[in-house]
Design a protein around this ligand. Structure first.
Ligand code: UD1
Length: 419
């Protein structure tokens, strides 16, 4: 099994370019089922994307990835279509469940494996199914599979989500795309990745309007010409490298291929902690800060502070003066990085949904274990700032979502290697 070995306390300098967003690419790949021919640019070459592409191939789409230029071409000649998403592909990547909406829209039926739990919580799909049922799908659960049918097509409906879910909003959008009449979705997730999906669906012919947390969709007709789409940047990858730069930049570090307007709340929080940030149109310069201030935050759906940056922020707060608090309000079990950070010297206590972080503490290298994608990268951050050597086991989690992590860091003079 592969490990990462990091020699900490190296100052970083240079430039990091941010990759395309994994969480935007995944639903757009699922939406490609609705198209005849698409080219998606700026895709990150990470494991979850390859798994989704494997799923599209299994369904019967033709895919070709250009690794050098980070794009994929997908075509659908409607031959040998399989409306099945098997367990082996959905179990490792929950976003596989997003093909449900597209398959129902295009073929009127789908059999999709239930994704099951994952390390950060139970992660049910009841909200996805709630929306699909309201749109007229007949759904039953059998042998671990969601079996959905809409023989005569789906019908527009007014749907208010009882709570906000990124995946359920995406699945509902994919299902409402061709539903007869008008669909109004209320209490939607409005993450930038969802806005990117809407942009893609509009290119495909969808009539979609977003206002606040309400999305209206009128019956749409698919356009049959080639669709080209550029995926937005990965705001979580950006946040991760901003935190690394704030603690470790020799003087400053440039991070580019981004749009700072999309990450206002993250920028405000980092600035409050004391991170010095210069914003440009498509880049950001982070100056090294010598002192960080404590802060209390709660993770929230966008535009709030993202749960996907919670673990990384916690590492920064181990270096802040005083007692900070992070309340994790999205997932019930997302503090698995805490015992590992404590092994490196962090002083963190968990009370119910809140982590209390005492700082500043000196971190020292240790052998640690990655438990999920974002927890893994928080251990990389901790390893970079710690004294001595840190060994991170189970780094396959990292490969699910961070493109060229070691190379990007090595180019900035970090000492990190995979063995
Ligand atoms: C997406 C992101 C993930 C991010 C999360 C929250 C992708 C591929 N993944 O995951 O990185 O951490 O948003 O920003 O984009 N819930 C239910 N029932 C459902 C669906 C969700 O109760 O049917 C709950 C979940 O357990 C969780 C909360 O709603 O507590 C939010 O989950 P959701 O927004 O759906 O996350 P994902 O779409 O799975």
């Amino acid at each position: 099994m592969q490990k990462l070995i990091i020699k900490g306390k190296r100052e970083l300098s240079g430039k990091i370019s941010i990759s395309g967003s994994k969480n935007a690419t995944l639903p757009i790949l699922a939406a490609s089922i609705l198209a005849n021919y698409v080219q998606i640019n700026n895709i990150p070459l990470v494991k979850d994307i390859f798994t989704m592409v494997e799923l599209l191939n299994f369904i019967g789409l033709k895919t070709k990835i250009n690794r050098k230029n980070h794009y994929i071409k997908i075509s659908n000649n409607e031959k040998n279509i399989n409306t099945l998403a098997p367990y082996k592909l959905v179990k490792t990547m929950r976003a596989g469940v997003l093909v449900l909406g597209s398959l129902l829209t295009k073929y009127g039926k789908a059999k999709v494996s239930l994704p099951g739990g994952c390390a950060i919580g139970t992660r049910p799909v009841n909200l996805h199914l709630f929306a699909l049922k309201k749109l007229g799908a007949k759904i039953k659960i059998k042998d671990g599979y969601i079996i959905a049918q809409a023989k005569n097509g789906l019908k527009g409906a007014k749907i208010k989500f009882p709570s906000i879910s990124v995946g359920a909003t995406e699945n509902a959008l994919l299902a409402a795309f061709k539903a007869k009449g008008k669909t109004i979705l209320k209490n939607c997730a409005i993450e930038p990745e969802i806005k990117d999906l809407i942009k893609f669906l509009k290119k495909l012919g969808a009539n979609i309007y977003l206002e606040g947390r309400t999305i209206s969709i009128s019956e749409s007709k698919t356009k049959s010409f080639k669709i080209i789409h550029d995926v937005i940047f990965d705001r979580i990858e950006l946040g991760t490298y901003m935190i690394a730069s704030a603690i470790l930049a020799k003087k400053s570090l440039i991070i580019d291929k981004i749009d700072p307007k999309i990450i206002k709340s993250e920028l405000n929080i980092l600035k409050k902690i004391g991170v010095q940030i210069k914003q440009k149109k498509n880049s950001i310069i982070i100056n090294r800060a010598r002192k960080f201030k404590k802060i209390n935050i709660i993770t929230k759906p966008y535009p709030g502070f993202p749960t996907d940056l919670q673990a990384q922020l916690m590492v920064l707060l181990t270096q802040a003066n005083g007692e900070s608090r992070i309340k994790e309000d999205i997932f019930e079990n997302r503090f698995m990085h805490v015992p590992e950070l404590k092994r490196m010297g962090a002083q963190i206590e968990i009370k119910d949904k809140t982590a209390i972080i005492k700082g500043p503490t000196k971190l020292t290298g240790a052998e640690v274990m990655a438990t999920d994608l974002r927890a893994s990268v928080s251990l990389v951050l901790a390893g970079l700032i710690a004294d001595n050597r840190t060994i991170i086991n189970r780094i396959y989690h990292l490969d699910r979502g961070y493109e060229y992590l070691e190379n990007k860091l090595k180019n900035c003079k970090a000492k990190i290697k995979r063995v």
